[in-house]
Design a protein around this ligand. Structure first.
Ligand code: NI
Length: 262
């Protein structure tokens, strides 16, 4: 894990990782060492996301412990059996380091049987975010048309993270005023639709992210991912867009600051 950090020359400008899960058990044993060292390796801001009551509380604890970490609280569509309520999320959202409601959304890859429950929680949490004037962090896996329909209906501020839709869907998301989150998948050889999306996005509507501990960019695919690896994702985005990795990091930092009001 530290092999990448050891060889890593900090980049200027800094990295803003707009989506991570540092409460994940895959970080057990290395979490504090890693999180203490990331700022010395070019990481300026991180949003760590909750997925249910327990992980949302854990996300808040991490944000309390580390100045540069902020968090999102929410119920992920894969975690509906945890029976967390929207009211419990609302209480947690009062914490000053909560910057968003997330991650929330629809996942028809993981589970198709509870669609109506997924739709209900997604919609209720968007309504909560709007009431609290917070942005949303949206998960959409194989649920593009329902996700788009709900987002069009409520028009929240926010980001569709780890975007996996078409360029046409990206245009619809941009029309709503939302951001598109791009992570390590862009470096994968089988990434086909995403390069097209990255090419067409206006520079001020893209966020960069890890979704760590998962989705480490090449050449670290399959390994434990962390926010420092965003440098590799930025290089790939720069290659596609015909600019420099520094420009990508600078612009995505500004955009994330704007969206999350940090
Ligand atoms: Ni995630």
């Amino acid at each position: 894990m530290t092999e990448f950090l050891d060889n890593y020359k900090p980049l200027k400008p800094l990295i803003f990782d707009s989506h991570s899960h540092y409460d994940d058990s895959k970080f057990d044993g290395v979490r504090d060492e890693l999180l203490s060292s990331l700022p010395q390796h070019g990481v300026g801001r991180v949003i760590t996301c909750g997925c249910d009551l327990k992980s949302s509380k854990a996300a808040i604890s991490l944000a309390q412990k580390y100045d540069y970490i902020y968090c999102a609280v929410g119920i992920h569509p894969e975690n509906l059996e945890s029976k967390t309520t929207v009211e419990e999320i609302e209480k947690l959202a009062a914490h000053k380091k909560v910057a968003a409601i997330g991650e929330i959304g629809l996942d028809y890859y993981y589970c198709r049987e509870n669609r109506s429950e997924q739709l209900y929680f997604f919609e209720q949490q968007i309504i909560l975010a709007k009431k609290l004037e917070l942005p949303v962090i949206v998960h959409d896996r194989e649920a593009h048309s329902d996700t788009l329909e709900i987002l069009k209906k409520h028009k929240p501020r926010g980001v569709v993270h780890c975007f996996s839709g078409s360029a046409q869907m990206a245009e619809e998301i941009l029309k709503i005023g939302m951001y598109i989150g791009v992570g390590g998948v862009i470096t994968f050889k089988n990434s086909k639709k995403l390069p097209e999306v990255v090419k067409m996005l206006p520079p001020d509507r893209m966020l960069i992210e890890t979704d760590c501990p998962y989705l480490a960019p090449e050449p670290y695919r399959g390994k434990l991912c962390h926010s420092g690896m965003i440098a590799l994702t930025a290089e790939k985005i720069a290659e596609i867009r015909g600019c420099t990795a520094e420009e990508v990091l600078k612009q995505t930092y500004l955009d994330a600051q704007k969206l999350f009001c940090l």
